[in-house]
Design a binder for this molecule. Structure first.
Ligand code: SF4
Length: 290
């Protein structure tokens, strides 16, 4: 497994070389740069989340459960594998933090590469950072993040046992001239997703989780490669649709609601809970069922 991670590191280096070329094209060719629309006027991907309501409530009805410890991982080869993965993810995070491949790089306060357990069985992937995430450089730390923490706990896991990231690594804003405004969030547009998707693909390839849980329609459509609605994608496992990497093993993905959508529509929580239970059943997690 160690050599597989090293192969991924080599792939990452090749990707970084390609990124340099893209940066050059964006800088040197006005027509190419213009193809990446300014954030303020960008058309959002169908099915994206509208800005989070200011009066959203954190009242949740996900059951609570004690965290379940992951299977024992004490062998020497697993230690080596973890070190390789950590190094590869750290290198990738440094690239993301200095990335300016799309216009979001010019308006962010902090890029948000993602965080969590490099050996996670489960990865949660949202659409992009919001106000709080932009300030802290960490994924899902605002109100929606607090709800995601409760969802993870309801599955019988701790935040430290999963990996959390987004499709776009920088904050997409409806009004980039006023980044201090609340309620200034939007979904990344198609061009921004196309620019950024290699980063999440590399992260998935390095971590190689058993399951990815796509949070919301934007992440689901990007990773499943299906133009259907979130409702059509929910309720079943899909194969991941990745453009830039080949996975060492099959990784399955399910789609569920974004926590911000659950804050606006608490009635959807029972459906989201059913989605999470699909993964729990596969992993043998008991969680705390209603
Ligand atoms: S959103 Fe992604 S591609 Fe765009 S600048 Fe940020 S890291 Fe780079």
């Amino acid at each position: 497994m160690g050599h597989q991670v090293r192969d991924l590191a080599r792939e990452l280096k090749r990707f970084l070389a390609a990124q340099d070329e893209d940066e050059f094209l964006l800088t040197a060719a006005p027509s190419r740069a213009a193809a990446v629309a300014p954030a303020a006027s960008s058309k959002t991907v169908p099915g994206s989340l509208p800005p989070m309501a200011q009066d959203s409530t954190l009242e949740v009805d996900f059951p609570r459960a004690a965290a379940v410890q992951p299977a024992a991982t004490s062998q020497e080869d697993l230690t080596v594998k973890k070190a390789d993965k950590t190094r590869s993810l750290d290198e990738l995070a440094q690239v993301i933090k200095s990335c300016t491949r799309c216009p979001l790089g010019a308006t962010r306060l902090n890029a948000v590469p993602g965080e969590g357990n490099v050996n996670a069985d489960v990865m949660f992937v949202g659409e992009g950072p919001g106000f709080d995430e932009d300030r802290q450089g960490r994924p899902f730390v605002g109100r929606a993040g607090q709800l995601l923490d409760k969802m993870i706990a309801a599955m019988g896991l701790a935040r430290e046992q999963v990996f959390i990231a987004n499709i776009a690594k920088c904050h997409p804003m409806t009004d980039p001239l006023h980044p201090e405004k609340h309620g200034n969030d939007r979904a990344p547009n198609a061009e921004e997703i196309a620019c950024c998707r290699k980063y999440i693909e590399q992260q998935i390839a390095i971590i190689c989780p058993k399951y990815v849980i796509a949070l919301g329609g934007v992440a689901a459509k990007a990773l499943i490669g299906d133009a259907g609605s979130l409702g059509a994608l929910r309720g079943k496992f899909h194969n991941l649709h990745l453009d830039s990497v080949e996975l060492q093993k099959s990784v399955q993905i399910i789609a569920t609601f974004h926590p911000a959508a659950l804050l606006r529509n608490p009635n959807w929580k029972k459906d989201a809970w059913q989605d999470l239970q699909m993964v729990m059943d596969k992993l043998g997690l008991k969680g705390a069922r209603k």
